[in-house]
Write a new protein. Structure first.
Length: 143
């Protein structure tokens, strides 16, 4: 979720007047017409406009703050769950000296054998054709 307070470079407790002045300052700085049509400035300007329209309206700002609170609590819960998971995985993992290293042995299957035979056959055909051409060239030159 986008952080509109960071987009406008204001604190979460900022008043409407502070938000308005930050919007005006940043919109002047990142306006695409004043920056030669820069893509970055255009994207930043759109982000600033979106942030201002959400934070300037009291109802939308309340809904946005509630969503941010829920998102941050979900993120905190997820981080706590990850820490517990990593701790349990570390406890389950055997010590390095006790680990067993499995080596994979390559055993060709029927498809690999078929491809190898096909390659051998093609190689034989190309080699035979090359020798016949070489023999024809030698006969033609008369060596």
């Amino acid at each position: 979720m986008k952080n509109y307070y960071q987009a406008l470079e204001v604190a979460q407790e900022a008043s409407v007047n502070e938000i308005k002045s930050a919007y005006r300052r940043l919109s002047r700085a990142y306006h695409p017409d004043l920056n030669g049509g820069s893509r970055y400035c255009e994207e930043k300007f759109k982000e600033i406009n979106e942030a201002y329209h959400v934070l300037a309206d009291a109802g939308q700002r309340q809904r946005y703050d509630a969503q941010m609170t829920r998102a941050s609590s979900r993120a905190q819960a997820h981080e706590a769950w990850q820490q517990v998971w990593q701790a349990t995985q570390a406890a389950r993992r055997p010590a390095r000296s006790q680990r067993v290293v499995y080596r994979r042995v390559y055993r060709p299957d029927a498809e690999d054998l078929r491809q190898a035979r096909q390659f051998e056959w093609r190689f034989f055909v190309i080699l035979t054709a090359s020798l016949l051409l070489l023999g024809a060239l030698v006969n033609w030159v008369g060596v």
